[in-house]
Design a protein around this ligand. Structure first.
Ligand code: FAD
Length: 483
């Protein structure tokens, strides 16, 4: 009999898991999704200019190649549309429970099953599953900074991932706090309409150009009719990430190339030497996520846009007070990223022996292959600790993880709940630490890849080819089985 599987989240991860189960003829699964639709990241991030920075011909499922992308880096609406189509095309909708948040999952030792508790409009409920797959994403819960006086602000304030479309920014004074990838995408759009825009920058980002291109009807038709063309393009984008961008993060040959590219881009787009100096990072390229954008710098050079580097003291009713004085604002947009290091924290996950996952992870989240955690039998993670990337498509990683979990299902069906052995976890930790020590993320910058103690819990330090190889199939000797 097929195991009964709870999937938490209906973004790229949850949908991928469900499609693979469907393809294997396993229909005993339920996807719980706290939001009102599928799409995850791409449902939530609706800010002006939102889009991917990995070309979508690669940033899409290998089993659902799509020749209709209208450009190399499509915007959020197209990506969301793609995910909705996947859910429909594979008949997933009947098994997706929208507006249903999982609040806890508790492993019941006598039965070897998980009790999953949800809340929804209809109230709380509890159901029992053999397997829990977390597909809750890493960039799902907005991070708001801890600036004194935030609640005193008299105007409108919102996070970029929860864009308030009821606010018309035309003719208004807008303060943007943050200058990472999201800000780089929406600042040019906001600058076009706002009366004045202040971009508050704590640390400058490295920015490289985004070689976007329209894929016109002829190109799309060619990609559609000649599948080889699409495969070859996808492969080219993938190889570029692996062979050119990855070495830059691993202290390899291309670090200087990417650095020079970014500095040339800055010189070409920002003529004012004083502004250029303020926009020049003093940490190695790649230590924080590199911004890929061609419109950000030109927006920052506009006469009605200021880059404010004076430290913020507090938010006041009229705007943002810095050490140099008040910057008046009607609207504040927090482009301050996500709570990336907490992973599954909002869900109380209790494993064998009453162990609570959040407590196990007090020093930092960690999982064997980013997928399995000792003492949490039959719990599998997608896009878990140390599986984020700075150079390639997360969808590729998710597909590797889904294949691995699919490989676990026959084992646990035959031998009962499976749990990764602490020795396997310790070996994994050692190899991860070794690989991590050469990565640029360890340089002294602050980034969302690291937890408060400075441990990189977000990123995978190897190539994605290596990750695919080591996740090809589960090694039974790495696990304990109930039978
Ligand atoms: P998500 O898309 O975050 O989906 C998680 C889902 O789980 C959400 O729908 C959420 O509502 C649901 N959920 C969470 N908790 C619960 C709960 N307790 N109960 C029920 N449901 C729950 N990656 C790239 O590789 N390339 C890119 O170009 C790229 N661009 C990005 C741009 C932006 C603006 C952002 C924010 C991220 C980007 N990423 C990119 C990273 C992106 O998050 C991943 O690529 C991918 O979308 C992750 O999918 P996921 O399903 O794991 O997580």
């Amino acid at each position: 009999m097929s195991p009964n599987i709870a999937i938490i989240g209906a973004g790229f991860g949850g949908l991928c898991m469900a499609v693979r189960l469907e393809k294997a003829g396993i229909r005993s699964y339920t996807i719980f999704e706290k939001g009102p639709d599928v799409g995850g990241t791409w449902r939530d991030n609706t800010y002006p200019g939102a889009g991917c920075d990995i070309p979508s011909h690669l940033y899409s499922f290998s089993f659902e190649k799509y020749s209709s992308w209208t450009r190399r880096y499509p915007g959020q609406p197209e990506i969301l549309d793609y995910l909705r189509r996947c859910a429909d095309a594979h008949g997933l909708r009947p098994r997706i429970r929208l507006n249903t948040e999982v609040v806890s999952a508790t492993f019941d030792e006598p039965s070897g099953r998980w009790r999953v508790r949800t809340t929804s409009g209809a109230g709380a409920g509890e159901e029992v599953f053999d397997v829990v797959v977390s597909a809750m994403g890493q960039l799902n819960r907005p991070h708001l900074p801890d600036i004194p006086g935030m609640s005193d602000f008299a105007g409108a304030a919102f996070h970029s991932a929860r864009w308030d479309h009821s606010q018309d920014l035309a003719g208004r004074r807008v303060a943007v706090i943050g200058n990472g990838s999201s800000a780089a995408q929406f600042v040019p759009k906001v600058a076009e309409v706002a009366a004045h825009l202040d971009v508050f920058q704590r640390t400058p980002s490295w920015v490289i150009p985004k070689p976007d291109a329209v894929f016109g009807p002829r190109m799309r038709a060619a990609l559609h009719r000649v599948p080889f063309l699409q495969r070859a393009y996808r492969e080219w984008v993938y190889r570029y990430g692996e062979h050119t961008l990855y070495p830059a993060l691993a202290g390899g040959w291309s670090a200087d190339l990417v650095r020079r590219r970014a500095l040339d881009h800055l010189r070409a787009q920002v003529p004012d030497p004083e502004l250029r100096a303020r926009l020049t990072p003093d940490y190695p390229v790649g230590c924080k996520r590199v911004v890929i954008d061609s419109g950000f710098y030109p927006a920052l050079t506009r006469p009605d846009v200021d880059v404010v580097t004076d430290p913020i003291v507090r938010i006041v009713p009229e705007g943002v007070r810095t050490v140099a004085g008040l910057r008046e604002a009607d609207v504040i947009v927090y482009a301050t990223g996500f709570r990336t290091t907490e992973f599954l924290a909002p869900v109380r996950i209790t494993g064998r022996g009453g162990r609570v996952l959040a407590e196990e992870w007090r020093e930092g989240a960690e999982a064997y292959l980013g997928i399995a955690v000792p003492r949490f039998p039959n719990l599998f993670l997608l896009y878990g600790p140390n599986t984020n990337l700075g150079h390639n498509s997360i969808v590729f990683m998710i597909e590797c993880q889904v294949r691995y979990i699919m490989g676990c299902l026959p084992h646990l069906a035959e031998r009962g709940p499976m749990e990764v052995r602490p020795e396997a976890m310790a070996t994994w930790r050692r190899s991860l630490d070794r690989a991590m020590s050469r990565m640029v993320w360890q340089a002294g910058c602050r980034s969302w890849y690291k937890n408060e103690a400075g441990r990189v819990t977000g990123n995978w330090p190897g190539t994605t080819m290596l990750y695919r190889r080591i996740t090809r199939a589960p090694r039974p000797d790495a696990f304990r089985f109930a039978r």
